[in-house]
Write a protein of this length. Structure first.
Length: 69
């Protein structure tokens, strides 16, 4: 079974939503970098860092739950 995750960012009138399957985190981080590098988008490197941090915290929590079992 493939698990889907979602990260969202509200920034002013815009909403950025990223849906991805577990195991594809590296591709999502690359998408953050691509968006942050695009000057036409209202998505900057700070936004990319915040979402990357949230993803890492989720992974850390899941690993803690697995090791506690």
């Amino acid at each position: 079974m493939s698990v889907t995750r979602q990260l969202s960012l509200l920034k002013g009138p815009e909403r950025f939503v990223f849906r991805y399957r577990v195991g594809n985190e590296a591709e999502v981080i690359q998408a953050f970098a691509t968006l942050a590098a695009d000057e036409r988008r209202d998505f900057d490197w700070f936004d990319a860092a915040v979402l990357s941090y949230q993803m890492g915290r989720r992974l850390e929590k899941e690993m803690d739950e697995i090791s506690s079992s």
